[in-house]
Design a binder for this molecule. Structure first.
Ligand SMILES: NC(=O)c1ccc[n+]([C@@H]2O[C@H](COP(=O)([O-])OP(=O)(O)OC[C@H]3O[C@@H](n4cnc5c(N)ncnc54)[C@H](O)[C@@H]3O)[C@@H](O)[C@H]2O)c1
Ligand SMILES: O=P(O)(O)OC[C@@H](O)[C@@H](O)[C@H](O)[C@H](O)CO
Length: 506
């Protein structure tokens, strides 16, 4: 089979009729530099720029930079930036599948191999937007990062090097400042990125004029992204490729729903006219309520339901929602515990929760629980713990199921052994690999080693986990009743099994 690339597009190849294929003029300039080449950005931002190009409203392409040494850039270049995106879900109540070849990406650069090509992008006056999604680990301050590194280790370090090169190349021209739009799911992503860029500029003794230029002529936006992206469809790839008729190692999949909330000046919506092509992009001067409802309800429901559902033996979010016990558990968590923990309009929260439940039930996508389990300990801190603490504050007692969900998460690491950078561990159904931050994995392995099956020792496990201030940002043993309840649930899970414990709970 021929591979998807520009040559195939021009060859007169007969693409399937239900696949949208559109060629743009070769000479569209690169206008966006994007850090990250993962599934999410390709199914969300790059898809959006493609929609604007189709309507001749942007007329520019995206140059993609690989933020870490290993990644997809070689493959992206082999396919001339082209890939197939499949979006599935219910539209107006009807099952719908949209298949499209996305051509908004011009090429990929691996800065670890081609630092000069990377810096050349800073000299290009057409490139005016920076996009990124480097996971929650990406917007991080690396104290030992250096401008001498080619490239600097961290994403903020790479961006600082880019901006400094641009500043020097254009002699501090105010008009050459960038609009920087991070998509990482951390709170106030733009503010944090700016803070780290300025911190590194200090660390690297960069000139005051440069810092002034960064502050005054570059705009860092805070954003919130929302679309379930299920990535490369490994289970059905053979069938998909047989229907497409060409080879594509970058096939990406996701749901139809999308929402991008951008906190920034309305004038920018003229330069980035997403809404003019019907995209669900909200420009706002306060993204906080959007973030709270999404992270606490959607991501919070995932992170609090998935450990128990996975231990129960289920594999996907769809299966979890359809399951008599786990479906009820998830809905109870959302409506009875997460919503009452959020101090925002209940009608608005319930409406959002209804749409989330519908999206979780999407029968046309497979969202694997094991991928949601990835890095669960840090996700629990930002996505679930605030609901536990605020529920207690507002209602004077602990939320039962969210408290149980903490025990279920701890139980995921029971009997685990760290091997390399992951953990081999067990559920009733058999062995699996748990991926998390290495210190977190080592900590859980160590904590469980002293467990002897007794109630006292389950309480000890809970107490030690709750005392991990590096993990939770505080000693959770100070939250009245939490250690006792988590210990009790842990004991029940280890003695009676996850199934009996959840069944009793709902
Ligand atoms: N998949 C979804 O449904 C979805 C939806 C909304 C938001 N997100 C967020 O997007 C992020 C990426 O998801 P994805 O599905 O594209 O994953 P992915 O594995 O396909 O891509 C991850 C990207 O992050 C980069 N990266 C990984 N570790 C990094 C590090 N330490 N420093 C810098 N860059 C690093 C990789 O190079 C790659 O470009 C996730 O953290 C998630 O929170 C995902
Ligand atoms: O992507 P993660 O691993 O940060 O979190 C897992 C899911 O909660 C997440 O991908 C959601 O599906 C997504 O945030 C929806 O917009």
């Amino acid at each position: 089979m021929a591979t998807l690339n520009k040559e195939l597009l021009k060859s007169g190849f007969k693409f399937p009729e239900d696949l949208q294929v559109q060629e743009f003029p070769e000479n569209l300039p690169e206008r966006v530099i994007q850090f990250g080449e993962g599934n999410f950005l390709r199914a969300f931002v790059d898809w959006m720029f493609h929609q604007m190009n189709k309507n001749k409203l942007f007329n520019g392409r995206i140059v993609v930079v690989q933020p870490i040494a290993e990644g997809l850039v070689p493959r992206i270049n082999e396919q001339d930036g082209l890939y197939t995106l499949i979006l599935r879900g219910l539209k107006d109540g009807k099952p719908t599948e949209l298949k499209e070849i996305i051509s908004s990406v011009s090429r990929g650069i691996n800065p670890y191999k081609d630092w000069d090509a990377y810096l050349k992008c800073a000299e290009d006056p057409h490139i005016e937007f920076v996009i990124s999604n480097t996971t929650e680990a990406g917007i991080a301050y690396e104290k030992n990062d250096s401008l001498e590194n080619k490239p600097p280790v961290s994403y903020p370090g790479k961006l600082t090097a880019y901006l400094y090169h641009r500043f020097r190349h254009f002699n501090g021209d105010a008009a050459r400042g960038m609009v920087i739009i991070p998509c990482e799911l951390i709170d106030r992503n733009g503010d944090n990125l700016k803070r780290i860029v300025l911190q590194l500029s200090d660390d690297w003794n960069l000139p005051e004029e440069f810092k002034k230029w960064v502050k005054e002529h570059n705009i860092f936006l805070n954003t919130l992204v929302d679309r379930v992206v299920t990535g490369y469809p490994r289970d059905e790839i053979k069938d998909i490729l047989a229907k497409l008729g060409y080879e594509d190692e970058l096939v990406d999949t996701g749901e139809l729903f999308h929402l991008w909330v951008i906190e920034g000046p309305k004038e920018l919506s003229e330069r980035l006219p997403f809404t003019k092509v019907g995209l669900n992009v909200i420009w706002t001067d306060d993204m906080t309520p959007y973030r709270t409802r999404k992270v606490r309800i959607l991501n919070g429901a995932h992170t609090s339901s998935v450990p128990a559902a996975f231990l129960y033996g289920l594999e996907t979010v769809g299966e979890m929602m359809d399951h008599e016990v786990m479906g009820k558990y998830t809905r109870q968590i959302i409506y009875d515990e997460i919503i009452p923990s959020i101090d925002l309009d209940k009608g608005m929260l319930t409406e959002f929760a209804d749409s989330v439940v519908e999206r979780f039930q999407n029968p046309y996508i497979k969202h694997y629980l094991i991928s949601i389990l990835l890095n669960s300990s840090s996700k629990f801190k930002t996505r679930v713990l605030p609901s536990i603490l605020e529920y207690k504050k507002l209602n004077g007692k602990l939320p039962e199921k969210l408290t149980f969900s903490m025990a279920a998460l701890i139980a995921v690491y029971k009997d685990g052994h760290v091997e390399g950078s992951a953990m081999k561990t067990m559920r009733e159904k058999g062995e699996f690999t748990m991926k998390d931050d290495l210190p977190a994995l080592e900590f859980f392995e160590n904590v469980w080693e002293s467990f002897d099956g007794s109630k006292e020792s389950a309480a000890k496990v809970a107490e030690r986990v709750l005392a991990n201030t590096a993990m939770w940002g505080e000693d959770l043993n100070n939250v009245e009743g939490l250690a006792e309840k988590v210990g009790d649930y842990l004991y029940q899970i280890t003695k009676d099994g996850i199934k009996a414990t959840v069944e009793k709970l709902i």
